[in-house]
Design a protein around this ligand. Sequence first.
Ligand SMILES: C[S@@+](CC[C@H](N)C(=O)[O-])C[C@H]1O[C@@H](n2cnc3c(N)ncnc32)[C@H](O)[C@@H]1O
Ligand code: SF4
Ligand code: SF4
Length: 385
Amino acid sequence: MGGPQRKNLPLIGDVSEKLGLNLGRLPDIANVGMRHLAGEARDALWVQTGGKVDVTKPRRFYGILNERCNLKCQGCDYWRREHYVDEMSAEEWIRVLAEIKDFVGPFHINFSGGEPLLKHGLFDILNYCRDNDILAGMTSNAIILRERQAKQLVEAQLFSLNISLDGFKPETHDLQRGVKGSHKGVLRTIELMEDHSKATGIPIPLVIKPTVSKINFREMPEIVKLVADMGVNGILFQPVSDWGTDEIDNLWITEIDELQRVVDELLELKRQGYPILSADWHLQDWVRHFKKDTRTDLQVGADGVQCWVGLTTFVIKTDGTIVNCHTLDPIGNVQKQSVRDIWYGPTGKERRAETVKCTIACSENCNIKRTVKQNVEGALRLLRN
Ligand SMILES: C[S@@+](CC[C@H](N)C(=O)[O-])C[C@H]1O[C@@H](n2cnc3c(N)ncnc32)[C@H](O)[C@@H]1O
Ligand code: SF4
Ligand code: SF4
């Protein structure tokens, strides 16, 4: 695969420097943004006809590249698995990405794992995206094994790199992540990437992603201020969910009044302009989530739709299995069927009807239907140099 190809145009570069934005990605983002708008029109047709006219197409793509990991997080079960499912090779991933592009046009995908930095051929996949108008993001624990990886991450020109940071204090992060020294490792990776970014002029849009738990929730305002000082593009919170680990009681927040005070402080920091990317309603929803209150009216649209994942979301698991949401049965496998056949097949259609009625009050970021204004604000944050 060749070197980086997507560069700021000289004129755009001048303007972006003045505005503090990386406008070189603007055409890609505008393209994907237009497709989201068109997608919403197709969703509306599906809703209005009760699913009889189905011209929906997926537009939220997630790729779980592997299950292996080098940390031992208390809330996560990947590292405890005795057997890992078969991994699609980098070549197979690239074939699937090309097929998706044929089906939907330029798109945005977020890669995760396990730990994606351990995936053999990772940079072949990311560089394929870079060179083929596919906006790639990635979520990582940022424990790099070699300095070269930090440079490759910058050169892959990701749309966003979400880095999990679970504590302001090193001991808090290391306790939740189960490996001493991991906090130091994250900060070193960020520094290496920023150095290479400055040296090459290639921006690296970093988003800090804390998983909020009993161990760390009091430190969230300090993490926000740290992130702002570091000049990182933004912070996106994820409240811990019960992934069936033995340690979930260590992580589940029961100090609800204190949690409410933290939420209020975060909302105030956001109002003051700190780069918090999480929607206000999502922050306010933490209290309901940790009280295990299953009643939710936050996600129900005026059209009565509870959840849009069946109309919008395509999660490609490690072995090619496709789901709309991790709690539901698969709709197919890209190793055996075409992307189009999976989406319009009977199981895909069945799942659409199921998800729009789903009443599980889930607090996963992936099922939020953001407003156009929220999408634009989020994209502008990521364009910041
Ligand atoms: C499964 S990890 C995979 C990517 C990478 N290994 C990492 O840790 O960033 C994706 C995200 O899930 C978060 N996570 C882990 N356990 C969780 C839980 N029980 N509930 C919600 N999020 C969780 C992680 O902190 C991370 O931000
Ligand atoms: S959250 Fe990420 S880093 Fe932690 S064990 Fe799970 S996959 Fe590994
Ligand atoms: S509401 Fe949550 S659990 Fe239900 S289908 Fe949507 S994403 Fe899945």
